[in-house]
Design a binder for this molecule. Structure first.
Ligand SMILES: [Zn+2]
Length: 552
């Protein structure tokens, strides 16, 4: 980012820095999967090759990371004395003394994992990226959100770092909204932050899943509207990166670069995720839903409704099918891209897309039109920020809208291309399964072949969309308004924090039912018994007829 000499003017609330507390110990940092991990790295490398200047980044002296976050807290706590803008005051209500904006609190504020024992790169550490080659740091950084678990296990912890529990013994999520996209812990607990649903008319009516699958959204873990955060995560990372760059200018330190790069690179992860259809639809497709329902019914009959065997619940079966096909499609794409890079046989659609990765995707460019312009006036100009939206939110939402229209088609193609084992009860692919040829059905089968072609065509589109979006995102740093970045980040973080608090109260007062993994259904038991009685009656009838025919 190139700044004119008077860099302090735009970020006005820093000017009144002296009003704030003394903050020396504000943050004690010392105590303190659309695409697979490799596909993220491949996309970033291919999209930004020749764009990022080659050379090593400056190193980060010890304590610089703490100094940055202390400064971040200081600026966020400043009043702006502007009518209607109470965000400095709001910030101090949450963090009344510097120590209250320490490591765990910063995580909660930014909407990240709350557990300080899990290190987040750019927040607690910069290990691995410190002093590395600049281009490589962006490539590795774009995989970070899948590796350091920053969006996983968002559980409310007490001051000792132990999970808080309700009287019933159930853990308290930091934000119950996360339960609408996955479990409270583990890989699926990061889905809320890596998905960007694109429903313009959200509905949980099954007819909508048939006709407009991108509009089908279900509050599966917490009642009310469902929110996903990939767009916000991309914006938040860009805003932190912009402020890190600015901090470097204010403090005249080159230590800013590794912090700025780490946040920008990690933000690319979400920009890439939203380009893939798998991260823009919640339930996938009606076909998948139907297949899961049939499997449930078949199992219910076999187990007398769960009274003479274990009957997995329908949601468990459905989510298992969804998980298997999601992972299979991601792993297949990674293998294809790897082959395309290594000049080994790969699907022609993927090879073609890979060769064109440095050319902007016309579909995304047309959909964006002039929408990004208001946010690109440069670091010293004001830009819109009040509604929490910025260049990255608009970019990610636009990508997600395009991608979501292919969501059901991609899941259906994966269903037809996939081996029957992927819809066998009890099959649950490990999260890091990687690619195995046996995940595909018989490639001589014309249906499987056509489905692989569809899978390739849709995924090829998403690769170019991701590369284009990442380039736009990378260049956004040069044109981002510092003032807007600071204000937007503070307003949105406070809004999210307060919304999560309200949702926690609701959750505690009326916890939604636990996910049911195994069920018993008396109707199927009755059906099985009835079937058995009818069967006996038929046998009796048959024996009688045989006896009669013998006597006559
Ligand atoms: Zn992801």
């Amino acid at each position: 980012m190139k700044l004119p000499p008077r860099i302090t003017a735009p970020f006005r609330f820093i000017a009144s820095l002296s009003l704030v507390f003394s903050l020396s110990a504000m943050l004690d940092a010392r105590n303190a999967a659309a695409f697979s991990v490799n596909t993220h790295r491949f996309i970033t490398e291919r999209a930004l090759r020749g764009i990022i200047p080659i050379g090593n980044m400056s190193g980060l002296p010890e304590d610089s990371l703490i100094n940055f976050w202390v400064w971040f807290g200081e600026t966020s706590a400043v009043d702006e004395m502007k009518a209607g803008d109470l965000d400095g005051w709001r910030f101090r209500q949450h963090f009344p003394v510097p120590q209250s904006f320490a490591a765990a609190a910063v995580r909660g504020y930014l909407g990240l994992n709350f557990d300080v024992r899990r290190k987040i790169t750019g927040l607690d550490t910069i290990d691995g990226l410190n002093g590395t080659e600049r281009f490589d740091a962006h490539i590795q950084g774009s995989a970070l959100p899948d590796l350091d678990g920053r969006n996983q296990d968002r559980i409310l912890l007490d001051r000792h770092g132990d999970p808080m529990h309700l009287k019933s013994g159930r853990m308290v999520p930091f934000d119950p909204m996360t339960l609408n996209m996955g479990e409270m812990t583990g890989l699926s607990s990061q889905a809320h932050a890596h998905y960007q649903l694109a429903a313009d008319k959200p509905s949980d009516d099954i007819e909508v899943l048939k006709k407009e699958p991108w509009n089908f959204v279900m509050a599966i873990g917490f009642p009310g509207p469902v929110t996903t955060y990939a767009a916000w995560m991309a914006q938040m990372h860009l805003d932190v990166s912009t402020l890190a760059e600015f901090w470097g200018h204010v403090k005249m330190t080159s230590a800013a670069e590794p912090i700025q790069v780490t946040w920008l690179a990690a933000g690319m992860h979400y920009v890439e995720d939203a380009a893939g259809p798998l991260h823009t639809v919640q339930i996938g497709s009606y076909e998948l839903f139907k297949r899961a329902k049939l499997a449930f019914w078949a199992e219910a009959v076999k187990t007398c409704g769960g009274y003479c065997g274990t009957l997995p619940s329908f949601p468990k079966i459905g989510l298992g099918f969804l998980h298997n096909h999601h992972l299979m499609a991601e792993a297949w794409l990674e293998d294809q891209v790897y082959n395309a890079i290594a000049k080994r046989p790969a699907h022609p659609e993927i090879v073609k897309a890979w060769a064109a990765m440095d050319q902007d995707d016309p579909e995304l460019m047309a959909a964006l039109g002039d929408k990004l312009k208001p946010y690109m006036d440069g670091p010293t100009k004001p830009a819109p920020w009040e509604d929490g939206r910025g260049l990255a939110t608009v970019l990610v939402e636009t990508e997600a809208k395009l991608a979501s229209r292919d969501g059901a088609a991609l899941y259906e193609a994966a269903l037809l291309a996939g081996a029957p084992t992927l819809t066998a009860l009890g099959t649950y692919l490990p999260d890091d399964a990687g690619w195995h040829a046996e995940y595909l059905g018989d490639s001589k089968d014309p249906t499987v072949k056509a489905a692989i072609d569809t899978m390739a065509r849709i995924q090829a589109k998403s690769l170019r969309r991701a590369a284009t979006a990442v380039r736009i995102y990378y260049k956004a740093l040069d044109t981002a308004s510092i003032d807007a970045s600071g204000r937007r980040l503070r307003r949105a973080c406070l809004d999210n924090l307060e919304a999560a608090e309200k949702r926690r109260e609701k959750y505690a007062a009326n916890p939604p039912p636990d996910a049911v993994h195994v069920v018993k259904d008396p109707w199927f038991l009755a059906g099985d018994l009835l079937g058995f009685i009818v069967f006996l009656a038929l046998i009796r009838l048959l024996i009688r007829r045989l006896d009669r025919s013998k006597t006559t």
